[in-house]
Design a protein around this ligand. Structure first.
Ligand SMILES: *Cc1c(COP(=O)(O)O)cnc(C)c1O
Length: 298
């Protein structure tokens, strides 16, 4: 399931930037999409080493992580159960999960907040179950995401990614620092008030020695959330439609559309210098379009 196949690195024509490149992790797999594939790689390896046969994880009803975990479990011959936040529902994403054999435990928002507690209550005494945090956040996930850097050219000036938990960004920064690259990492959180993500990223990225100043290799944008997680605004949807029509690259309104919007906005504001090499990670998540089809449709 986890091959060594590198995802394509595609050049995109841009009205201002000469060098905009896209790492097409969205093309790795249609259901174990993008960064979820990167994150699950070492999580599944760890589960296998520990002799676990049942993955237990957490997500909202439109979670890319749930579909990815369900597909990965089915392909690895493992069982999967998800605590799904909120009341019992069915939608396109959960349907896919169900086809992959995943079972659901719908959990009210209050109880859902205490994930270890939920796990403990149902599976505490089961030696074969394996806890995977919401979104796959873990050191194993960071390790998987760090591997993206080795698949990119070493001379990138700027690298962009969208962030939810910040795990993917942490992996990228880890990869950049371990390889000693000059690349600046630009992180576009999709939630409101996401300053906490900086701590999350620094927790995993190797830190320089005490007497060496912190490098300014991480730039966090807290103004491109468009109202918060899974929130959108007409300007973002207009961008999403236009970008897809001119590039042929689908983006989703929850994550990557916000990141691409940020790149285009910064370019228009003259942020980048001539001849700088700019790249973005397309982290996938295209099924997220389904969660907002009424809003996106004209
Ligand atoms: C889950 C997801 C993210 C967020 O990744 P984090 O590691 O949680 O920051 C970004 N993009 C897409 C498409 C996703 O599905």
């Amino acid at each position: 399931m986890f091959t060594d196949l590198n995802s394509p690195f595609q050049h995109l024509k841009h009205p201002i930037l000469s060098d905009l490149w896209i790492k097409r992790d969205d093309l790795i797999d249609p259901y174990i999409s993008g960064n979820k594939w990167r994150k699950l790689k070492y999580i599944l390896e760890d589960a296998a080493e520990k002799g676990k046969h049942h993955l237990v994880t957490f997500g909202g009803a439109y979670s890319n992580h749930l579909v990815a975990t369900a597909a990965a479990a089915a392909r690895s011959g493992l069982k999967a159960t998800a605590f799904v936040r909120g009341e019992k529902v069915m939608n396109e994403m959960l349907l896919l999960c169900q086809l992959y054999g995943m079972e659901f435990i719908f959990t009210d928002r209050e109880s859902y907040r205490d994930k270890p507690g939920c796990y403990e209550r149902y599976f505490g005494t089961n030696p074969r179950t394996y806890f995977i945090d919401e979104g796959g956040a873990s050191a194993a996930a960071v390790k998987g995401c760090a591997e993206i850097i080795a698949e990119l050219p070493a001379d990138l000036d700027h690298l962009f990614c969208a962030a939810g938990t910040g795990t993917t960004a942490a992996g990228l920064l880890k990869g950049i620092r371990e390889a000693g690259l000059k690349t600046k990492l630009h992180v576009v959180p999709v939630l409101k008030g996401a300053e906490f993500i900086r701590e999350e990223i620094y927790r995993y990225a190797p830190q320089p020695a005490l007497n060496i100043p912190l490098p300014d290799d991480l730039i966090l944008y807290t103004d491109y959330h468009f109202g918060g997680y899974a929130k959108t605004q007409p300007e973002l949807l207009h961008f999403l439609r236009t970008f897809t029509a001119i590039s042929g690259i689908l983006t989703d309104p929850v994550y990557t559309a916000k990141m691409f919007f940020a790149i285009y906005d910064l370019a228009e504001k003259g942020y980048f210098k001539a001849n700088e090499k700019i790249a973005a990670i397309h982290t996938g998540g295209l099924l997220g379009i389904m969660g907002m089809k009424e809003k996106i449709a004209l």
